[in-house]
Design a protein around this ligand. Sequence first.
Ligand SMILES: Nc1nc2c(c(=O)[nH]1)N[C@H]1C(S)=C(S)[C@@H](COP(=O)(O)OP(=O)(O)OC[C@H]3O[C@@H](n4cnc5c(=O)[nH]c(N)nc54)[C@H](O)[C@@H]3O)O[C@H]1N2
Ligand SMILES: Nc1nc2c(c(=O)[nH]1)N[C@H]1C(S)=C(S)[C@@H](COP(=O)(O)OP(=O)(O)OC[C@H]3O[C@@H](n4cnc5c(=O)[nH]c(N)nc54)[C@H](O)[C@@H]3O)O[C@H]1N2
Ligand code: SF4
Ligand SMILES: [Mo]
Length: 759
Amino acid sequence: MNELTPERLFDLELRKRPDYAAGLNAVKISVKHVEEYMHFGEGMRALLKLNQKDGFDCPGCAWPDPDGRRSPIAEYCENGAKAIAEEATNRRVTPEWFAQHSINEMGAMTDFELGKAGRITQPMYLAPGATHYTPVVWDEAFKTIAEELNALDSPDAATFYTSGRASNEAAFLYQLFVRQFGTNNLPDCSNMCHESTGTALSEAIGIGKGTTTLQDLHDADLIIVIGQNPGTNHPRQLNAFEKCKKNGGRIISINPLPETGLMKFIDPQNPMDILKRGTKLTDLFLQVRINEDMRLVRAICKILWAEEQKAPGTVFDQEFIKTHTAGYAAWTKLLDETDLDECIAGCGVAATQIHEAAGMIHGSEKIVLCYAMGLTQHENSVDVIKEMVNLLLLKGSIGKPGAGICPVRGHSNVQGDRTVGIWEKLKPELRAALRANFGFEPPVKDGYDVVNSIKAMHAGKVKAFFGLGGNFISATPDTVYTAEGLRQCNLTVQISTKPNRSHVVHGKKALILPCLGRTEKDVRATGEQFVSCENSMGVVQMSKGVLEPKSPHLRSEVAIICGVAAATLGEKSTVDWAAMANDYDAIRDAIASCVKGFENYNERVRKPGGFYLPNGPRHRNFGTKDGKAHFTVSPLSTHQLGEGEYLMMTVRSHDQYNTTIYGMHDRYRGIHNERRVVMMNEADMAKAGLQAGEKVDMTSEYDGEVRHARLFQVVPYPIPSGNIATYFPEANTLVPITRSARKSNTPISKSVRVKIRKR
Ligand SMILES: Nc1nc2c(c(=O)[nH]1)N[C@H]1C(S)=C(S)[C@@H](COP(=O)(O)OP(=O)(O)OC[C@H]3O[C@@H](n4cnc5c(=O)[nH]c(N)nc54)[C@H](O)[C@@H]3O)O[C@H]1N2
Ligand SMILES: Nc1nc2c(c(=O)[nH]1)N[C@H]1C(S)=C(S)[C@@H](COP(=O)(O)OP(=O)(O)OC[C@H]3O[C@@H](n4cnc5c(=O)[nH]c(N)nc54)[C@H](O)[C@@H]3O)O[C@H]1N2
Ligand code: SF4
Ligand SMILES: [Mo]
């Protein structure tokens, strides 16, 4: 297991947690990363174009850029700068590097060490039984892929993963290739991320996306931030919170951890803000137990319902409810039957605070609810998100300015990839459009998502794995099981920028296809190209790199996909892949013909700032069958923890981007120089006889099967009793493949039952 997550400790140091996020320290750290890994001039050139209307989209998160004026010097955050330094590093992973590092040696490196090795410069091939990757020319790589794919018993014996950094152009071509090849096996990182959002919101409001714009956050009376750590994962969201506060709005934060970024923010680009020591963000912090948000929100709704009954029409927006919603009677009946005391006791938040929250909601007309992985990665996530919609609906807080639901997306184009067709389910409209535009019969049967792809590999039903970006082995649950599946494949292919663990855990044959990153110029036969991305709020914008490619051998993702498709489909194909690869306008024209909302794509995407995709619920046009937004009735569930069991959430540190580890510190949590840690409540530690820094092993047991995570260190932390937190991906060995969210099939990365044992 050591090669799946090297069991090595560094030098854990615990420091005081800072009481604010950002500030000048964030600037200092951005500069340090850029200086350490990039040529200075290149670094500055890249940063000046980061998130500018004529520049490139930040490869960090999917937080939107302002529609209007953008700061000419700095429209980014510390983590955006780190993402750039990571991608545009001046270190290189050449064929000589691979000759010096066997697969076993690569496996012994931590994720931090692997990633810091640098950018891969040439396509690399691992022959059956070989110990080292060797260089291969592009055409040879494409031929190998074509031979393996065409030798499969069925197209369904291959699975094609996408990570959400891929552009709209690359993603559209990829699904076109995969569907023409004959399968809907298109798992993506979204399956592990906001899939529960897509499922819940489609059912409740008729669109699988959020309804707010950036302006809505600025104009809200109240923002509820729940299950999200924006100070680390979406830092510029703090600017939006700050604007809301300056406009008189208030903030309630709901989280098992008192995340520093939720508490206070000092805008590093605003000297006044620095002088007056920043803005207090959270007005009310509710320290909920892991996965007890539904009990908390139900308690709040019950309190509001009691007030509403006393003076009808004074709390609920009855006009909105009557005109635009369904399911109200069943929902209020549920509230009548709800035991308030049980909800309060179960969620772990004090009754006085819950009443205070209810009071703040009562007094607010325009409410925005922001959330991320803290709500989406549990067995009942779809229900939890629908419960959040209930709360907004009772106040009429969807489809009016200053209000709405704001699922904050992760990868910078994860939302766009789904919009242009990356999904294991092929919607009838897209099937018809692909048939009409490209003259072939797309497959009908649903394909495998992430969890089902892993199970199918394990069962020997899938024999070829293809990854458009990402790091499948480290991002997925149940690392040991997933590795067994990947190793049974005849071929594993990764389109990557940097070495990662998915190059170490491979099929009989393996290929690494190195691609250009967002920061780099992409020159094709018809000249310099640009791509486009959709942010969390449905704005599609162009992105054009400014730096010289890190190696002359790199190809764009679009060119690689076209190469693979042409080699694999050959004469059979009805698509002119070469034309697409040489002129991305042709791809955008195809998208415009196939996907609603992209009319005149080429023209509109060239306008500075891009364009908004249509969003019915923003205007109270709900895309459900009856045209209404739905109140829903969901059961409350309880985690049955056995003796000595804790509920574990796996979270991100401040120094990582998913499986890419920027550094070894989690500054806002005061945890330095170590990632193999378990954050624990001090009373729980005392009860279990554990000291700070003590070395422990962990196990999770489901259906009699025991999974292991070894050599972690205990960190005392203000987390509710019975709950623990570890970092993703180190603790992924404990996440069982056999449990996932109902309906969305998302792994339960935020609620795993775990036991801890002293070593
Ligand atoms: N710098 C940086 N930026 C990123 C990423 C990154 O790794 N690094 N990843 C990107 C991606 S792909 C994504 S999806 C997003 C992720 O963004 P987040 O969802 O903010 O990321 P996580 O670290 O998973 O944090 C989850 C938060 O939810 C809380 N939480 C966990 N369980 C519960 C619960 O049951 N209830 C409540 N109320 N809270 C809970 C945790 O304490 C934590 O604060 O960030 C994106 N941006
Ligand atoms: N336990 C646990 N597991 C989780 C989560 C969790 O919270 N807890 N979160 C889940 C979530 S929300 C997500 S989104 C997934 C993330 O899963 P992935 O998207 O699969 O993982 P990343 O770490 O973002 O992928 C990093 C790799 O992408 C490659 N890369 C970087 N830039 C580019 C590029 O421009 N093009 C290409 N082709 N490749 C590039 C690099 O080689 C790098 O090693 O993980 C999920 N897994
Ligand atoms: S908030 Fe996200 S998109 Fe914006 S600069 Fe920071 S990492 Fe990049
Ligand atoms: Mo994500």
